[in-house]
Ligand binder design. Sequence first.
Ligand SMILES: [Fe+2]
Length: 385
Amino acid sequence: MPHYTKRGEVPHKRHTQFRKADGGLYSEQLVSTEGFSDVYSLIYHHHPPTVVSKIDEPIDVAPKVAQQKNMQHRCYNGFNVVAEDDFLKSRKPVLINNDCHIVLAAPRKSMETYFYKNSGADEMIFVHEGRGILKTIFGELTFAYGDYIIIPRGTIYQISFETEQNRLFIVESFSPIVYPKRYRNNFGQLLENSPYCERDIREPQNLKTHDEKGDFLVYIKKDGLLYPYHYMYHPFDAVGWDGCQYPYIFSIHDFEPITGRVHQPPPVHQTFEARNFVVCSFVPRKYDYHPLSIPAPYNHSNVDSDEVLYYVDGDFMSRKHVERGMITLHPIGIPHGPHPGTVEKSIGKDETHELAVMVDTFKPLWICEDALPIEDKEYHKSWME
Ligand SMILES: [Fe+2]
C-alpha cells in the first residue's frame, strides 16, 4: 500500500515514549511484509503483542494435491463447493502452486469464538455473495458483493457475515499483493491512466480499542498448519496506528475499463500483481468501435501462464454454458479461444455486461482433491461444434 494513513492516537515522533493516562507506556509494533525495506505501519498497543499463555497442537490444513502435471483445459462448478458453518473449515483449495493458492469458500457463520492470522500469505478475498464486516487491529472494513478485500500477511482478523449465504473466491499469495508497478509513479501514487486510483480504495474505519484481559484464541496459519495460539490480551488493543500497510478494499465495480477501436489484450484488465501471478477484472464495458471489429477474443497460446477465470455475473461473450461461480483453467502449452459460434455472435454488439476475475499464474497450477468432485469432465471437448 503506497499511501500513508493514520487512525487513532500516535506519538509525535516514532520510537519515542508514548504514555497512557496511568503513566505506563504503550507498546509499539512495526508490521511489514518485506522486512524493513518495504511498506510498513507502526501500531501502538495497550499491551505487548507477545503475551502467549498457551499453544495447542497444530491442525493440518495443507491442500491435498491430486494432480501436479496438467495438460488439459479444465472447468469447475465453484458453487458446487459444499457450504460449511465455520469460516476456516469452509475454505477449499482447488488450484495451487508455490506462489499462490486459489481457494473457494461458502461459510455460513461469522467468526465469533476465535481470530485468524495467515502468517505465510497475503489474502485476497473476492466477495461473490454475502456482506459483512472484516474486523482487524487497524479498524473495520464493511464488505459486499464485488469487493476485493486485501489482507496483508500477519494481519489478525475476524469476519462477521450478515447472512448464511456467502460465496468467496480467495487467493492466498506468498508474496505481497500490490498495485501493478506500471500504474504507479515514482512516488507510488496511482497514475492518471490507471484504471483505478486512491479514491477507489476503502481503508479501515471505526478503530475500536479493546483493552481486555482473558483467553483469546488466534489460529495462526503457517506452512499448511493452523497453530492455536492463546493470547492473554485482546488482539485488537491498539490505541492508534499509522503507515502504509493495512487491509483495504477495492470494489470490482470501481474498475474503469480500458477500451479501444479493436480488441484490447488481457493486460488492460490487470488489477493487482504479486510474484509470479496477476489478477485481472473483466467488467461491463463498451465493445470495440472499429467498423469491422470482432469483440470476441482471438485464439491465443498462453505459453507463459496458466489462465484461471472465475465467472461472476452477466453473459460471457466468448463462452457457452457459463454459470456463476464457474472456474476455467487453460494451462500453459495449448491454445484456447472462443467457443464455436461466439465470434460471429459477438460482431455488431456494442457492449458486454460480463463480470469475471482472472488469475494468471506464471508457473503451472496443481489440481487439488477438493477440485475433483466439482469438475465438468467434458469441458476440454467443448470446442467441438
Ligand atoms: Fe485467455
